[in-house]
Design a protein around this ligand. Structure first.
Ligand code: SF4
Ligand code: SF4
Length: 342
């Protein structure tokens, strides 16, 4: 998109109604995938309380209904199966409260170590009205989760839910698993590059740190003239973390608002009226991460000499700088999204 088109698109931009919402039940994950755009891992914490999940869910339902839409909720993380009792409690409580059924539960299947446990858990989710199961597997996940667990989860999932209700991301990796843990660093880098070429991933969170250096990087000016109106204002998709921070669907760590005293519907209304006053949204809507860079330079940010692999790599690098200096804490956080590796 050229500079003129970008400016026109930003000028006319309006916040779309949120219709797809992922509740990130925790930042904990058994894995530490190099491509994780949320930056989850075994050393991360945060557990969404049952009451928090219900309040968020109710408000999301009300927001969609007020605009003649139906909210679609998915449960994710981190790994939502980390605390099985909590996951079931949330699904059961939402059902008892008459909230919209869970559209999807996402997992990497690390917990599927045994046929009996796998079957009983999936049968319970099915009985509680969960519509679809999404199982993630690729070269990045396969460093941490053996393919046989994924196969078990998928096969039993298909038997329980029916094959049309089990989604595997991605089949090609399940058919031809790559045990990246056994590769030397050059082979691992090659396997990761090949995976990125097959399935495009956003280079945010940990991916900005670990995958971007494997790709061709260009100076920041290469990303001038773009904007992120589609991603931050028009995607209809948000994620809400365990602390009730609302993020654009693909941009974990950009806080659109925090629910609690305010409902999600309040946050949406306020953002719709005042998004031009949100320091990060206003910048990326006007000129993408290149515009955010210009604003960060005024605060002391220096460009990465090696350049950036994508607009999201640039955005993440700039936001990490701002987070570390405590700039715009109401818009950039929480720490889990910006933690560097231990
Ligand atoms: S990508 Fe998924 S499985 Fe991997 S670390 Fe992130 S949350 Fe965990
Ligand atoms: S550049 Fe930033 S705001 Fe734009 S899509 Fe990427 S992470 Fe989101």
């Amino acid at each position: 998109m050229g500079t003129r088109e970008a400016a026109e698109s930003e000028g006319a931009a309006e916040l779309a109604v949120w219709e797809f919402a992922g509740l990130l039940l925790t930042y904990w994950c058994n894995a530490r995938c190099a491509f994780c755009y949320v930056n989850c891992g075994p050393e991360r914490g945060g557990e969404m309380r049952v009451e928090t999940a219900l309040a968020l869910w109710r408000s999301l339902d009300e927001l969609a209904a007020a605009h003649g839409k139906t909210m679609r909720i998915h449960l994710s993380g981190g790994e939502p199966f980390h605390d099985w009792v909590r996951l079931v409690s949330i699904v059961r409580a939402a059902r008892a409260a008459g909230l919209t059924p869970v559209d999807k539960v996402e997992t990497n299947a690390f917990w599927a170590t045994d046929d009996g446990v796998t079957r009983s858990r999936l049968e319970l989710l099915d009985a509680l009205g969960v519509r679809r199961l999404v199982v993630s597997t690729d070269v990045f996940h396969q460093e941490f989760v053996p393919p046989e667990r994924v196969r078990r989860c998928v096969e039993i999932g298909r038997a329980v839910f029916g094959s049309g209700r089990v989604i595997v991301r991605w089949w090609d990796f399940l058919q031809n698993p790559v045990e990246a843990g056994r590769l030397d660093s050059a082979e691992r880098a090659r396997a990761f590059r090949a995976a990125l070429a097959r399935h495009k991933d956003r280079l945010a969170g940990r991916a900005a740190e670990q995958l971007a250096p494997l790709l061709e990087c260009r100076p920041a000016e290469a990303f001038a003239g773009q904007n992120c109106v589609k991603e931050v204002l028009q995607s209809q998709h948000v994620h809400v973390d365990p602390y009730a921070h609302v993020f654009p669907g693909t941009c974990a760590g950009i806080i659109l608002g925090r629910a609690g005293e305010r409902t999600v519907a309040d946050i949406w209304q306020e953002l719709r009226a005042h998004w031009r006053e949100h320091a990060v949204v206003a910048a990326v809507a006007a000129g993408g991460s290149y515009e955010l860079l210009q604003r960060a330079k005024a605060l002391g940010y220096e460009e990465r000499p090696g350049g950036y692999a994508s607009k999201c790599h640039l955005c993440t690098h700039v936001r990490r700088f701002l987070f570390e200096r405590g700039v715009w804490p109401e818009f950039i956080g929480p720490g889990e999204c910006y933690a560097t590796e231990l």
